[in-house]
Design a protein around this ligand. Structure first.
Ligand code: B4P
Length: 196
């Protein structure tokens, strides 16, 4: 019955770790980035609107993002818990999530803050650009995404830290090492873990 958030700069490894933590915590992972990308690929109305922002390294407007998450968090499979990867990313999204959770009578258990320095992040994303050709992984767009993160998402760290929810985990090292660090931090907070 774990409800957790994964926050961190682009390229810190949120998506990579979310897949593993979803198994470790036995909850569905919900990645707003993945949902937007899938809508872009399918050419939906949401995808067309989202692509304009994503390709420029901007956040998709809160109005679009909040509706999407509200409807996803009302689905039956998240009643027993969830992992939100990359949401919330703005102060307005925090308020929206608070409201959604208040409506369900649940609260968050932990916010995992995955950290990584800028050079490492830029290197990883340029590598991903080479491998996957994502439109938001060019160097200029990556730098802009980092600025947007610093401006709009870092204030969330204090908000959740004041609630006593944040565990910071170093995102440098191999994917396995980072997973081990996160699961150890969750275990130390009494979060139930399942064997993968
Ligand atoms: P995301 O999909 O969340 O994109 P991201 O931040 O680049 O992904 P992530 O951080 O998960 O990448 P990962 O480290 O796993 O969002 C994309 C866009 O969607 C946003 O820019 C925004 O426009 C929009 N969006 C999403 N959510 C939104 C919201 N709530 N509000 C508004 N807009 C929103 O992977 C990076 C690379 O590093 C990969 O190639 C991976 O293989 C590699 N890697 C991972 N861990 C590694 C390790 N330990 N060592 C070496 N490489 C590693």
């Amino acid at each position: 019955m774990t409800r957790l958030l994964l926050i961190g700069p682009p390229g810190a490894g949120k998506g990579t770790q979310a897949v593993r933590l979803s198994v470790a915590c036995n909850v569905p992972a919900i990645s707003t980035g993945d949902i937007f990308r899938s809508n872009v690929e399918q050419g939906t109305e949401l995808g067309v609107k989202a692509a304009e922002f994503m390709n420029a390294g901007k956040y998709v407007p809160d109005s679009l993002t909040n509706d999407l998450v509200r409807s996803r968090l009302n689905e039956a499979d998240v009643e027993g818990g969830f992992l939100l990867d990359g949401y919330p990313r703005t102060v307005a999204q925090v308020a929206e999530l608070d409201d959604i959770l208040a409506g369900t009578g649940h609260s968050l258990d932990v916010v995992v803050l995955l950290s990584a320095d800028t050079d490492e992040i830029v290197g990883r994303l340029l590598k991903r650009a080479h491998e996957q050709g994502r439109a938001d992984d060019t160097e200029d767009v990556i730098r802009h995404r980092l600025e947007v993160y610093a401006e709009q998402t870092t204030p969330l760290i204090d908000i959740y830290a004041e609630r006593g929810l944040v565990v910071e985990v170093d995102g440098l090292g191999s994917v396995d090492e980072v997973t081990t660090r996160i699961t150890a931090a969750l275990d130390a907070r009494g979060i139930a873990l399942f064997a993968s």
